[in-house]
Ligand binder design. Structure first.
Ligand SMILES: [Mn+2]
Length: 335
């Protein structure tokens, strides 16, 4: 779910309905569409779907993904991802649309201040940082929020747009198996299938296209798995060396945590990924609560991160054993 590092103070812009956002889309002439760092299927599916709708509306657009790590290869078939700028937020005179972004901090407040921002998301801890905000925590994915907008505006949903929307919902619901899988999510999927989306083709492209590096990295992670607190907490660690040895990229960690959490008895799964920042080692930590009994967003907030009750993340600069011990202590008090 890509929920690392999400936090922010409540700034409180206008709350908009799907109808109001749809009306706004029709008036746009030039926009920048941004998603979060380390984008997942929902972020990239949302970007592709909205970009295609802007194309149909005659609005010129550019995409933006923070950071420089290559985009996950399984989503590159989605139209428009070749129009994505990387690195620093590019200058653009138009409106900034942020999709699936629970916080604005990754774009830098100075980048946002000079822009009119429309914030479309489904994370419950989104602080409404946009000038206009459409945040629906009941939606299973940001593409589900966009689907509401497109229907409200009467925009034609082509097979290619539908496919991008479907990629967002199938990945964010863990193939319609996570607790966020609502009846509305299934209805949206059924509608999209009626509109021509080839569900099996998406499955093949997204789930049967694992690069060898990604599989080797997953094996490394699984080898490090340890079970703490009588098996209630499972922890795996990936060091920089593991990425080098397997020639894996940051995006290749997607899905590893879902493998960790499948072991019987686990209530919290954690994946630590080492990153070198300015020569110093820090860890990005992804957390999952299997049964929802431990609110992992509360735990992530301790170290300045955030997310959902069942999926959250944070970054910590510490020795890995100290970081694991600190996490263990926090989980123990919540079991
Ligand atoms: Mn999402």
């Amino acid at each position: 779910m890509g929920v690392d590092d999400r936090r922010g103070s409540v700034v409180g812009g206008t709350v908009a309905t799907p109808e109001e956002v749809a009306a706004r889309l029709k008036d746009e002439r030039k926009v920048l569409i941004a998603v979060h760092e380390n984008p997942d299927g929902d972020a990239l599916g949302s970007l592709s779907a909205l970009g295609q709708v802007f194309d149909d509306l005659g609005c010129s657009w550019k995409g933006y993904v923070p950071g420089r790590a290559p985009l996950p290869s399984e989503y590159l078939f989605l139209p428009g991802l070749d129009r994505v700028a990387r690195g620093e937020l590019p200058p653009s005179p138009g409106t900034l649309y942020t999709l699936d972004c629970a916080s604005v901090e990754r774009f830098g407040p100075e980048g946002l201040q000079s822009r009119f921002c429309v914030n479309i998301d489904h994370h419950p801890d989104n602080p409404h940082f946009g000038d206009v905000n459409l945040v629906d925590p009941t939606a299973s994915s940001t593409t589900q929020v966009l689907y509401d907008v497109f229907r409200a505006g009467g925009f034609p949903i082509t097979k290619a747009i539908g496919t991008a929307l479907y990629v967002g919902i199938v990945t964010d619901t863990g193939r319609f198996q996570y607790s966020n899988t609502t009846a509305a999510a299934h209805r949206m999927a059924a509608d999209l299938q009626d509109m021509g989306v080839d569900v099996h083709d998406v499955y093949r492209r997204v789930y049967e296209s694992t690069p060898v590096s990604k599989m080797m990295l997953k094996i490394r992670a699984f080898e490090t798995m340890r079970f703490l607190l009588d098996g209630a907490l499972a922890v795996a660690v990936l060091r920089v060396q593991d990425f080098e040895d397997t020639a894996a990229q940051e995006s290749h960690t997607e899905g590893i945590i879902d493998g960790i959490r499948t072991v019987a008895g686990i209530r919290v799964a954690a994946l630590f990924r080492e990153k070198l920042v300015g020569g110093a080692s820090e860890f990005r930590v992804s957390l999952r609560s299997t049964d929802g009994s431990v609110d992992v967003s509360e735990v992530a907030h301790i170290w300045g991160g955030g997310g959902h009750v069942r999926a959250a993340g944070y970054t910590i600069r510490a020795d890995v054993e100290e970081a694991v011990a600190a996490l263990k202590k926090e989980i123990e008090t919540r079991l």
